[in-house]
Design a protein around this ligand. Structure first.
Ligand SMILES: Cc1cc2nc3c(=O)[nH]c(=O)nc-3n(C[C@H](O)[C@H](O)[C@H](O)COP(=O)(O)OP(=O)(O)OC[C@H]3O[C@@H](n4cnc5c(N)ncnc54)[C@H](O)[C@@H]3O)c2cc1C
Ligand SMILES: NC(=O)c1ccc[n+]([C@@H]2O[C@H](COP(=O)([O-])OP(=O)(O)OC[C@H]3O[C@@H](n4cnc5c(N)ncnc54)[C@H](O)[C@@H]3O)[C@@H](O)[C@H]2O)c1
Length: 456
């Protein structure tokens, strides 16, 4: 049996840098990966989607060009070239990451599937054949999640797509029906609508993005509908009939929709079921996520979990930040916790940049708050570039002036949100941002005016 100082299962955006960091600190480290270096983000998540969304944005820009006095015509959408460009970018990121792993001293990359055989022991079913038993006093589980497939009669025979397989489809769907109205549904829905698909989104909740404030969810719905996307909420798919050349999708309200393709975007299931976690004494939650404390420690001593597999917000920057926390705790005996401000950005167009608490959450907690709001139609930069969709909103503590949360729906909403995130971290009150100097005429400059609304 081979022994290491640390073993990491999964080479995502937390697992890979952690493996390199521990190895560089002199720990004999093994990184186990069953498929591709880079995990979901690089191979089938953020990188390919944002690359393809750039093509969709170009289509939109062409269709809007006349409003800026430019006559332009969209001739065709070349999905083969869009997919090729996407694959090239993925390869670039993946290869770079793999090279980095292979060149790191003290780090051994094992291609295969890991499962626990004991407390500190794993069996790796090697992709090259055979298996290996390895052990370490520290094991970090970073094995991610996969698309959840709801149990719907007929779904198995429907040839349904997930976010991963849709990005391999060499045709543009005639009519794409999407189950779910979360980030994946909305990003893909808008992208494929712009590519030319008819798009219908079916959501079980009472509205899209149900965790966001109602005004946020309403504004996002509005700009999606403006592009001709149909959104059906408080509904669900009850049955799918695979007809000869189309799918007949039945909805809860009795509607029957003939569609060409089905995308399942109904959340993600943690990759815990094949890990034999019970052999190591690692407890999972009812939803199958690994239970961790604020130090990312599992119920078993010496075993940690980072990224999507542990539940909570599922973002690349969270997996990466988990690595930052754990590396310091393991290597420098620190006691850093996961108590952190969580930013995120949905890459629709306009984007939804979000950080901290929502207005509704603040109200439910009984906090003494003020809410600043500014429509993008009052933002100089938005007027100049000709895209006035969306608004900026910030929730502030009425007593201290500290920013508690923000939602920015705007062309570069994520970047503007990040400015407010920095203010939250630096504890800069809104009164100071109101008078702060920003370069004119940036979007961020309008944070002056956003907080001016609180003085009126
Ligand atoms: C379509 C899509 C778009 C997204 N866009 C964004 C975005 O724009 N921004 C953002 O922040 N987040 C985005 N996300 C979420 C983000 O991709 C994830 O939160 C992030 O990748 C999670 O990283 P992770 O390391 O926890 O898991 P993963 O990246 O999934 O890595 C887990 C790795 O473990 C490997 N593995 C699993 N089981 C085993 C095993 N038993 N043995 C060996 N290896 C194993 C897997 O092959 C995989 O490589 C998106 C997700 C999707 C699906
Ligand atoms: N820009 C980004 O950061 C980004 C982009 C894409 C994905 N992601 C991450 O990927 C994860 C997965 O995304 P997602 O959109 O699949 O999940 P999600 O959890 O964000 O949304 C799933 C939606 O599907 C609905 N749903 C579930 N089952 C359903 C059913 N049977 N019928 C109808 N509706 C149903 C849910 O009510 C929910 O609204 C997210 O947690 C997100 O963090 C992030």
């Amino acid at each position: 049996m081979k022994t290491y100082d640390a073993i990491i299962i999964g080479s995502g955006q937390g697992g890979t840098p952690l493996a390199k960091k521990l190895a560089k600190a002199g720990w004999k480290t093994a990184l186990i990966e069953k498929q591709y270096i880079g995990g979901t983000c690089v191979n089938v998540g953020c990188t390919p989607t944002k690359t393809m969304i750039a093509s969709a944005k170009t289509i939109y820009t062409i269709t809007q060009a006349h409003t800026l006095g430019v006559e332009a015509e969209l001739k065709s959408v070349d999905i083969a070239t869009i997919l090729k460009r996407k694959s090239d970018v993925v390869d670039l990121f993946r290869d770079g990451s793999q090279k980095g792993v292979e060149e790191t001293e003290n780090l051994e990359l094992l291609w295969g599937k890991a499962a626990f055989t004991g407390k500190n022991e794993l069996q790796v079913m090697l992709n090259s054949g055979g298996s290996e038993i390895i052990s370490a006093p520290r094991i970090i589980i970073s094995a991610g999640a996969h698309a959840a497939i709801p149990k719907i009669p007929g779904i198995e025979d429907s040839g349904y797509l997930t976010s991963a397989s849709l990005m391999e489809l060499t045709e543009i769907p005639k009519h794409l029906l999407i189950i779910g109205a979360g980030y994946i549904a909305l990003e893909f829905g808008q992208m494929y609508r712009r590519f030319g698909s008819q798009v219908t989104i079916v959501e079980q909740g009472e509205r899209i993005l149900v965790k966001e404030d109602e005004d946020v969810s309403h504004t996002v719905l509005e700009f999606l509908q403006q592009e001709g996307i149909r959104v059906i909420c408080k509904s669900g798919v009850t049955k799918i009939d695979n007809q000869e050349d189309y799918l007949l999708v039945s909805l809860k309200d009795g509607q029957e929709l003939p569609v060409s393709h089905l995308l399942v975007a109904a959340g993600r299931t943690p990759n815990t079921s094949d890990l034999n976690l019970e052999k190591a004494g690692v407890i999972v939650t009812k939803k199958g996520h690994i239970q961790v404390n604020e130090f990312l420690e599992t119920s078993a001593e010496g075993i940690y979990a980072i990224g999507d597999i542990k539940g909570g917000p599922q973002f690349t920057h969270i997996a990466y930040n988990d690595y930052i926390i754990l590396a310091q705790n393991l290597l420098a005996n620190k006691q850093i916790t996961t108590d952190r401000i969580v930013p995120y950005c949905m890459f629709t167009d306009p984007q939804l940049g979000r950080v901290g608490i929502t207005e509704t959450e603040a109200q439910n907690k009984g906090l003494n708050i003020k809410v600043a709001c500014l429509p993008m139609s009052k933002v100089a930069r938005a007027i100049e570039v000709g895209d006035q969709r969306g608004f900026m909103k910030a929730v502030v503590d009425a007593d201290s002036g500290q920013i508690l949360g923000a939602a920015i729906i705007a062309e570069d909403g994520g970047e503007i949100m990040s400015v407010l995130q920095m203010a939250m971290l630096g504890r800069i009150p809104h009164q100071q941002i109101r008078k702060m100097i920003f370069a004119h005429p940036l979007y961020s400059e309008s944070l002056n005016n956003l907080f001016l609304t609180l003085e009126k």
